[in-house]
Design a binder for this molecule. Structure first.
Ligand SMILES: [Zn+2]
Length: 266
């Protein structure tokens, strides 16, 4: 393991301030390593090991002030860090891909097979609020699909391929690991009537129009909008909602962009 990756593993790399100081640390570490190499003939293995330990200790010491720094500079760092979170950088935490602080799952990014969170409590709570308010305006929404495990998706996808062929199946279904339903943050909605017919018939309902313009107020986005199949890889799915949070869902809704475009992945 290189010294840099040691530092990254122990600290993470959350903002520009830290990245800069990590670079400094890395430069210092490299300098020390190259100093060691210059004297390598004079060093025994044992001494060389101890010397690496010393470098690590130094890193740990120099690290402390840099983690405190962002807290004191909070008002000034807030703006750039929210901008930098849209820089198209996908970061992995425990094998799970994130962009802009949100799990990103699409044709390019997938979840590990053992990621099994169930439906997010926050997403469910927000959905319940939306459902209640929709009902008070005369629109009845029901959940037809929410969390789906890797194994469930595997079977579903295979069945769709058998029924429709792979090319067609890929427009509305995802291979295991690539389904947003595995995040526990996606909910498919319908009206009781459209649920009896087909998922696509939801798009012709007034309830669907309501969802389109109100979902962001509860933290959801219509993840696969009309006319964006070339970006998302999926046909228009007015029923598939993805929970982010109210703030980001509102920003994305107002931008008229897909999640991929908003976070500069495409
Ligand atoms: Zn869905």
């Amino acid at each position: 393991m290189s010294i840099l990756s040691f530092v990254l593993l122990t600290t993470g790399c959350e903002n520009d301030t830290q990245q800069y100081s990590l670079k400094e640390i890395d430069d210092r570490a490299k300098q020390q390593v190259s100093d060691e190499n210059n004297h390598s003939e004079l060093l025994l293995d044992e001494q060389s090991t101890r010397s690496t330990e010393q470098v690590k200790e130094e890193i740990a010491t120099t690290e402390k002030p840099t983690t405190e720094a962002p807290t004191t500079e909070k008002p000034t760092t807030e703006e750039p860090s929210s901008e930098s979170s849209r820089d198209g950088q996908v970061e992995y935490k425990d094998g799970i891909p994130y962009v802009g602080g949100h799990i990103i799952v699409n044709k390019d990014y997938k979840l590990p097979a053992d990621y099994n969170p169930g439906l997010s409590h926050e997403a469910k709570k927000q959905f319940d609020k939306m459902q209640q308010n929709a009902l008070s305006e005369g629109y009845q929404l029901i959940i037809v699909s929410e969390f789906r495990s890797y194994t469930y998706q595997q079977n579903l996808y295979q069945n769709y391929i058998q029924q429709h062929g792979k090319q067609a199946a890929d427009r509305f279904s995802a291979p295991p690991g690539h389904s947003e339903h595995q995040t526990g943050l996606a909910i498919d909605v319908a009206t009781p009537e459209s649920a009896q017919n087909s998922m696509t018939s939801f798009g012709q309902t007034k309830a669907s129009d309501w969802v389109k313009v109100n979902a962001h107020r509860y933290g959801f986005i219509v993840r696969y909008p009309k006319g964006k199949e070339h970006i998302t890889g999926y046909m228009y799915e007015p029923w598939h909602l993805r929970y982010l949070n109210i703030d980001d869902a509102t920003k994305i809704y107002k931008s008229k962009l897909t999640m991929e475009e908003y976070y500069n992945l495409k």
